[in-house]
Design a binder for this molecule. Structure first.
Ligand SMILES: [Zn+2]
Length: 455
């Protein structure tokens, strides 16, 4: 079949070319046909076009249609906001000074030129951006518009600043944005921490003048495969002098007395009594029997957690912290989409510079002591204002009712389903498990959740 064509660009493909994936697909399609293409200038084949321009091919324009309806656009210009800016500018001393200087045509009283300042629709502009007077409420409203709205999704400091700079300007804009974002609870809870501050390791300093096994650390490796009916190893390391190690097979159930006997048989007979014993705060050492044994043998027992001299102190100044969600398991909840940390929680007790006891929700039923590496300080800044509004409950039929923001996960079967809910205006530390009967006044939220999770 011969194809006459006035499309000269096709001749480009007459030479060997590196094809794009799309061109390769066309090549595969065309390879099915036995064709040869001949170029003929358009003026020589006017009849060709008439074939593709038949009236019944519907080239007549349809009725008018809107390709991009208004619903697709986010109304960036907020009329109320602009009115507020106008009112604020009218009473702003700085704006009035600029305007007066411009009207009277006197030299600029400030370091920048008056040419940078213009007016448009009664608004004062600086380099084509609307000037925002020193009004915290107004600045916060703009920040909420460009940072908090779901369509923006909490961009970082640089991105938020550049988005605002396209429309607005005020002196110290970047610093305000930085403080605002540092105080944004959603950012603190959801964003991956790219600069985690790991608490420093707290090495126990060695006394170099000691003899072998004068200062020893005792530890246990447990749950090993059974061997000669032993399942654990007692590890005794010479801490200061030789770093030598003595391993004694034992059982996981070993108590303080057993530990002392093993030490006596395996170490004492070779190296004598140690001056110091370092160990983690385990049941063996905390036990009264071992303490008695130590005192009888006049051994000073030092528990290593109480022996860490280096203090971090970073967390101690804070009252509330975020808890990393790494080791927290909530049923039926997507790991990827759930917050990176939970909280903020109150620090109930500082056990050591590295260990903190938190006040957790009762329903969690987990040990409330955490290492400092799992905690980050909760920040509230003046620019952002309070993170959680904690609204007062509504009164429904004489009962106090808090508003449910969302259901986060569920557990249980059938009628015994329980739902973890987040209260509106409250942090995730106030989340609670509710039974289905508790959703009397919020059936919509429950039904939507059930449909989504096929319950
Ligand atoms: Zn944010």
């Amino acid at each position: 079949m011969i194809i006459w064509c006035d499309h000269k660009n096709l001749s480009y493909f007459r030479a060997a070319r590196r094809l794009t994936p799309r061109q390769s697909r066309w090549n595969l399609f065309l390879s099915q046909f036995d064709i040869s293409i001949t170029h003929k200038p358009g003026k020589d084949i006017p009849s060709a076009d008439s074939l593709s321009r038949r009236p019944d091919y519907g080239t007549e324009p349809d009725e008018e249609r809107t390709l991009l309806p208004n619903t697709l656009f986010i109304g960036r210009i907020d009329v109320n906001l602009h009115n507020r800016i106008k009112e604020s500018q009218a009473t702003d001393q700085f704006a009035n000074t600029i305007l007066r200087a411009k009207t009277l045509n006197i030299p600029s009283p400030f370091k920048f030129s008056l040419d940078d300042w213009t007016t448009d629709s009664d608004l004062l502009l600086f380099r084509k951006c609307i000037y925002i007077p020193d009004n915290k409420d107004l600045k916060q409203q703009i920040l909420h518009l460009f940072h908090d709205l779901p369509s923006f999704g909490h961009p970082g400091i640089f991105k938020t600043t550049s988005l605002i700079r396209q429309h607005y300007w005020w002196p110290g804009l970047t610093i305000f944005v930085k403080n605002f974002i540092n105080g944004c609870a959603a950012c603190q809870q959801m964003k991956i921490n790219t600069h985690p501050t790991t608490p420093p390791l707290t090495p126990i300093p060695a006394n170099l003048s000691t003899l072998p096994f004068q200062s020893v650390s005792i530890d246990f490796i447990t749950d090993l495969p059974l061997s000669n009916s032993f399942d654990s190893l007692m590890v005794i390391v010479d801490h200061d002098s030789s770093k030598g190690i003595v391993l004694c097979p034992c059982n996981k159930t070993i108590d303080a007395l057993g530990t002392a006997l093993l030490y006596h048989q395996n170490v004492y007979c070779r190296f004598g009594l140690p001056k110091h014993i370092i160990s983690d705060q385990g049941p063996q050492f905390a036990s009264h029997i071992f303490q008695t044994l130590c005192s009888r043998l006049s051994i000073k027992s030092k528990l290593s957690t109480a022996y860490h001299p280096q203090t971090d102190g970073q967390m101690e100044q804070h009252v509330e912290v975020w808890l990393e969600a790494t080791h927290l398991h909530f049923p039926n909840r997507s790991r990827k989409l759930s917050p990176k940390r939970e909280g903020p929680f109150t620090i109930k007790q500082v056990l050591s510079p590295l260990n903190y006891r938190l006040t957790l929700p009762k329903a969690w039923q987990i040990h409330p002591v955490f290492h400092a590496s799992l905690l980050t300080p909760f920040a509230e800044t003046d620019s952002y204002g309070p993170s959680f509004t904690q609204p007062l409950p509504d009164l429904i039929d004489g009962h106090e009712e808090f508003k449910i923001e969302a259901i986060i996960s569920h557990s249980g079967n059938g009628k015994r389903h329980k739902y973890l809910i987040k209260w509106k205006g409250y942090p995730s530390s106030a989340n609670e498990w509710l039974k289905e009967a508790n959703f009397e006044n919020a059936p919509e939220i429950l039904n939507n959740y059930k449909t989504l999770h096929f319950l």
